[in-house]
Write a protein that binds this ligand. Structure first.
Ligand code: HEC
Ligand code: HEC
Ligand code: HEC
Length: 277
C-alpha cells in the first residue's frame, strides 16, 4: 500500500456532508454543556456563580425600579377591592362619574397621581381649603370607624427590605375637619340624597345639563390637587408619625429617591419639581 498517493480529489459533496456533521456535533456539545451548567432542567452546575455575578451588578436604580414595580402590583391588589365594589353607603360619590384612575390629562404625572389614589382619598388632595375650618389627615376605612393598621406602605419588612404586607387593604389617607375633639369626614357618600337623585335621572340629562349637575358635586373640590412637594418634603403637610409611618419610611418619603425614579419615569416632571418649579 505504501507509495500509493493519498486520494485528494474527494467530490465536493463529501466536504459539505462533513461540515453538516461538525455543526451537529458542536450543537450537541453546546446543548449538553448548557444543560449541565445553567439550564433550569439540569443539575445547575454554574448557576451559583451566575447569581453571584448578578448580585455584584445589582444597582440602586434597578432596585428602585423593581420596588416601583412591586408598588404597581400593590395597586393592582388594592384594585381587587376598590371603593366602587362596595355598597353605596360606603362608596365615595366621586366614583359615580370618575374611575379609579381618574387622571389622564398630563402624561407626565398621571401614572403617579393614579397610583396615589390607591392610598389616598380624592379629598386628601382635592379638598378646597377653607380658612374657617381646620383639617387633619388620618387613615380612613369605610368599614371601620377607627382603623388600627398596620397600614399599607407605612414601614419596611426588616428582612426583605420591601414594604410590609398588610391585611387592611381598604384604608386610605384622607382629610377630616377637626371640630373640637371630633374628626368629621369630608367624604360624600353615594347614598347622599343628591347622589341617589342624580343616578336616577342621569340618563335623561343632556351633556349641558350634566355639566351643571357636576358642579353640585364639586363644591368643595379644587380642580388641581396638591403637588408632590406639599407632601414629599421635610415640611410635609402630612404628619407621617401620627399617620404611623416608621422613621425610615418617613425619611424616604420626605426625600424620595429621585435618581432611582428617573429611569422608569423619564417623562416625569419630578426633576423640575424638586428644583422648585
Ligand atoms: C355627576 C358626575 C360627577 C361627580 C359625582 C364628580 N365629578 Fe368630578 N368631574 C365630572 C366631569 C364630567 C368632569 C369634567 C371631565 C373631566 O375632566 O373628567 C369632572 C372633572 C373633575 C375634576 C377636574 C377639574 C374640573 O372641574 O374639570 C376634578 C378635580 C374632579 N372632577 C374631582 C372630583 C371629585 C374629587 C369628586 C368627588 C367628590 C367628583 N369629581 C365627583 C363629573 C363628576
Ligand atoms: C396625590 C394627590 C391627588 C389625589 C389623591 C387625587 N388627585 Fe386628582 N389631581 C391631582 C393633581 C396634582 C392634579 C393636577 C394635574 C395636572 O397638573 O395635570 C389633579 C387633577 C385631577 C383631574 C383633572 C386632570 C386630569 O388628569 O384629568 C381630575 C378629573 C382629578 N384630578 C380627579 C381625581 C379623583 C376623582 C380623585 C380620587 C379618586 C383624585 N383626583 C385624587 C392630585 C391628586
Ligand atoms: C397628599 C400627599 C402626597 C402628594 C401630593 C404626593 N405624594 Fe407621593 N406619596 C405620598 C405618601 C404618603 C406615599 C406613601 C404611601 C404609602 O406607601 O402608604 C407616597 C408614595 C410615593 C411614591 C412611592 C415611594 C416609595 O418608596 O414607595 C412615589 C414615587 C411618589 N409618592 C411620588 C410622588 C410624586 C411624583 C408626586 C407628585 C406628582 C407625589 N408623590 C405626590 C404622599 C403624597
Amino acid at each position: 500500500m505504501s507509495g500509493r498517493p493519498k486520494r485528494l480529489n474527494h467530490p465536493k459533496s463529501v466536504y459539505v456532508v462533513g461540515l453538516v456533521f461538525k455543526i451537529i456535533t458542536l450543537t450537541v456539545i453546546i446543548a449538553v454543556l448548557y444543560h449541565l451548567t445553567l439550564s433550569h432542567h439540569g443539575p445547575n452546575l454554574l448557576t451559583p456563580l451566575k447569581t453571584k455575578i448578578e448580585e455584584k451588578q445589582k444597582s440602586e436604580i434597578m432596585e428602585e425600579v423593581q420596588h416601583l414595580e412591586e408598588l404597581e402590583v400593590h395597586r393592582h391588589f388594592h384594585n381587587i377591592a376598590p371603593f366602587p365594589e362596595m355598597p353605596e353607603n360606603l362608596r365615595p360619590v366621586c366614583f359615580i362619574c370618575h374611575s379609579d384612575y381618574p387622571h389622564s390629562k398630563s402624561k407626565k404625572v398621571r401614572a403617579m397621581l393614579n397610583m396615589h389614589t390607591q392610598f389616598f382619598t380624592c379629598e386628601a388632595c382635592h379638598l378646597e381649603e377653607d380658612p374657617g375650618l381646620k383639617v387633619v389627615f388620618n387613615w380612613y376605612n369605610p368599614q371601620d370607624e377607627n382603623p388600627k393598621g398596620p397600614f399599607f406602605g407605612t414601614d419596611y419588612d426588616s428582612e426583605t427590605g420591601n414594604l410590609i404586607t398588610v391585611t387592611d387593604k381598604l384604608s386610605k389617607i384622607s382629610v377630616f375637619y377637626k371640630k373640637g375633639d371630633k374628626l368629621e369626614s369630608t367624604i360624600q357618600m353615594q347614598d347622599a340624597p343628591i347622589a341617589i337623585d342624580y343616578m336616577k335621572i342621569r340618563d335623561k340629562l343632556t351633556p349641558d345639563q350634566r355639566d351643571n349637575v357636576k358642579k353640585k358635586f364639586h363644591v368643595r373640590i379644587k380642580p388641581k390637587g396638591h403637588e408632590c412637594k406639599k407632601c414629599h418634603d421635610r415640611n410635609s403637610i402630612l404628619d407621617f408619625r401620627k399617620l404611623s409611618f416608621s422613621d425610615n419610611r418617613r425619611v424616604d418619603l420626605e426625600q424620595l429617591n429621585i435618581t432611582g425614579m428617573i429611569t422608569k419615569y423619564e417623562m416625569f416632571y419630578l426633576p423640575n419639581l424638586f428644583q422648585g418649579e
